[in-house]
Each structure stands twice: as C-alpha cells, then as structure tokens.
Design a protein around this ligand. Structure first.
Ligand code: HEC
Length: 172
C-alpha cells in the first residue's frame, strides 16, 4: 500500500512540474555534424567553452557572426540541445543516464540505492532499485516505471523523455 502511494506520488509530481530546462544531449550530438560542415573543431575544443550549457550565448554567437545566422533556423530547442551536447561532449553521455541520475537525486527514497548499473532488456534501457523493487528507464523516447512489488502492477509510460528533460535543471 505504502509503495503504491509512493509510486503514484512520483508519477503525479513529475508530470505536474514544467519549466524550460535541460536540453537533449542525444539530439545535440545528432545535430552537431551540421556545425562540422564549417568547423573542424571537435566538440571538446576550447572555442566552445563559453557555450557549454549556454544556449543563450550560442544564440548570440549565431546572431553576431554573419556566416552562422542560418543556424538560428534550428530553433530554440535544437540550439539548447547543441549547447547541452557541448556541455557533455563525452561519447558516453546520454539522456537516459542523465535523467535517471537526476531522478535518483530527486526521489532518493524511491530510487534507492542510487547509481545502479544501467541495463538493456527488450528495448528498454533501465535501472533496477533493490531497496524498493522499482524499475525505471526509457524505451522509444518515453520514460517507463514499473513497481515489481505491487502485485499486478503495469509498466507505466510516464511521458516523453523530452518532457522530463524540460523539468531537469540546465547543466545536468
Ligand atoms: C555556414 C558555416 C558555419 C556553420 C554551419 C557553423 N558555423 Fe560557427 N562559425 C562560422 C564562421 C565563419 C565563424 C567565424 C570565424 C571563426 O570563428 O571560425 C564561426 C564562429 C563560431 C564560433 C566562435 C564565435 C564566437 O564569437 O565565439 C563558435 C562557438 C561557433 N562558430 C559554433 C558553431 C556551432 C555550435 C555550430 C553548429 C550549430 C556552427 N558554429 C555552425 C561558420 C559556421
């Protein structure tokens, strides 16, 4: 009973928050080759330092440099994604791990212990939390949640990963 209400609270709380937040590192990585059509710099280059997690600064650079004005057509969301990728240029950074790390720090009792190993099964990328029997993860761009200790519980679709990135603070 207790665990069911925890799970319900988790779902209700996460879905009710909304604010412009972190971008998608996966989408930013996918968009970056466009930048490399003119720039040879790798995403780790020092010239990108001022723009890491800084979509506003990157937008201003696109406005300032005539050759880059065309990038404004990417739109605010993609520019934020590219700034996020510049903030996390490591090959291993990905949205699912970022979201799970953030969720663990936000819902410490439910997703416990923190920093479980990420696994793969039937298209899901997930972590299992032995203290509570909760599974949380992603599949096909959606966030999923399963409480293995509630008899008959379904695997819940919590919404798009993007909707969670929007709740997560910039810089994570
Ligand atoms: C059409 C060619 C072109 C494309 C595409 C392009 N740039 Fe540039 N960029 C330039 C030129 C030209 C400059 C100015 C000369 C220089 O600094 O190399 C520049 C400058 C910059 C600078 C330095 C600006 C400053 O004032 O600090 C950054 C950072 C940058 N680009 C990032 C990007 C990113 C990120 C993308 C991908 C969204 C991108 N550029 C796409 C041509 C381009």
């Amino acid at each position: 009973m207790m665990k069911t209400s925890c799970a319900t609270l988790f779902v209700a709380t996460t879905l009710s928050l909304s604010a412009w937040g972190a971008g998608s590192v996966d989408a930013g990585r996918a968009a970056f080759p466009l930048c490399q059509s003119c720039h040879v710099d790798p995403p780790t280059a020092a010239r990108f330092d001022p723009y890491r997690f800084n979509a506003a600064g990157l937008t201003a650079a696109f406005q300032r440099v005539p050759a880059m004005r065309g990038n404004l057509a990417l739109g605010a969301q993609t520019i934020n994604d590219i700034a996020t990728f510049l903030g996390l240029p490591d090959d291993k950074s990905n949205d699912t791990d970022r979201l799970l790390n953030w969720a663990e720090d936000t819902y410490m009792q439910l997703l416990s212990p923190r920093r479980q190993v990420t696994g793969q099964l039937q298209g899901y990328t997930y972590r299992y939390y032995p203290d509570t029997g909760i599974y949380a993860g992603s599949k096909d761009g959606f966030a999923w949640f399963y409480d293995s200790r509630t008899p008959g519980a379904a695997i819940l679709n919590l919404g798009t990963l993007r909707s969670f990135l929007d709740q997560m603070p910039n810089g994570r």
